[in-house]
Ligand binder design. Structure first.
Ligand code: URA
Length: 241
């Protein structure tokens, strides 16, 4: 059982505002703790299975934020965007207060599974190339994928900025124009560049899996959901050191 923490600290940790503002929320009768109106912002509260209600909105307490997000097209994975809106604009502002970051980025036109967290160690563990976490991308191509192109991807292609070949660790042809390809690193438009190197192109790119975690079928585009301990365990088991 986690150590009880003062209500003011709990509200602050969840991104509800400054400590002073969080305390004021309590004294303005705007906070309920597990359905009961809170009276004292210094009261120590057990955080296990805690549900807050702030200004009429329920909020599950999570010490750290681990989210799965279904990225729509035409959003940038950056807090300071250049040409498009930010994926962070699609999340509750509490998460921005908490300093969440994308766990690896997707291009503005790529869709699909994005993990988002405020746990720096987790982000590092999941993004360091040494950890060999497979990511599955569904690639739609304008030209039919040939067997030869798939073999080249599996045997490794050399991209101009790196003498080491880049490999697909698995390729599954889903239809003439759709390939599910697994790669362990996806920085700097890797999939698009690998496809260009084998003489095809990417008309649509959608990430479906990171390690053992698959995008939930019921997570609609632009929506997010919490990741729970069993899913985080699945993800950390995907890390090959
Ligand atoms: N590779 C790409 O080319 N783009 C992405 O968004 C991710 C991987």
């Amino acid at each position: 059982m986690a150590k009880p923490i003062s209500l003011e600290k709990i509200l602050f940790s969840q991104g509800f505002g400054t400590r002073r503002y969080c305390s004021d929320l309590v004294y303005a009768d705007l906070v309920k703790v597990n359905g009961v109106l809170a009276e004292d912002s210094d009261e120590k509260i057990a955080t296990d299975n805690l549900v807050l209600n702030v200004e009429g909105q329920d909020w599950e307490y999570h010490e750290k934020a681990y989210l799965a997000f279904n990225k729509p097209p035409h959003y940038e994975c950056s807090h300071k965007t250049t040409h498009h809106s930010s994926v962070y604009s699609l999340l509750p502002s509490l998460f921005i207060e908490r300093g969440v970051q994308c766990v690896g980025r997707l291009d503005y036109d790529t869709t699909g599974l994005l993990l988002i967290s405020d746990d720096g160690q987790f982000i590092h563990k999941m993004t360091t190339p040494k950890k060999n976490i497979g990511k599955v991308y569904e690639i739609t191509t304008p030209e039919p994928m040939t067997q030869k192109q798939i073999e080249c991807l599996l045997n490794g292609v050399v991209l101009e900025d790196d003498p080491k070949p880049c490999y697909a660790t698995a390729c599954l042809q889903l239809s003439e124009h759709v390939l599910a390809m697994t790669i362990v690193e996806g920085r700097c438009h890797k999939v698009k560049r690998m496809m260009a190197a084998v003489g095809n192109h990417v008309a649509g790119l959608h990430r479906t899996e990171i390690g053992a975690y698959r995008m939930p079928a019921d997570l609609a585009e632009g929506e997010w959901r919490w990741l729970y301990p069993d899913e985080l365990k699945q993800l950390s088991q995907s890390v090959v050191s």
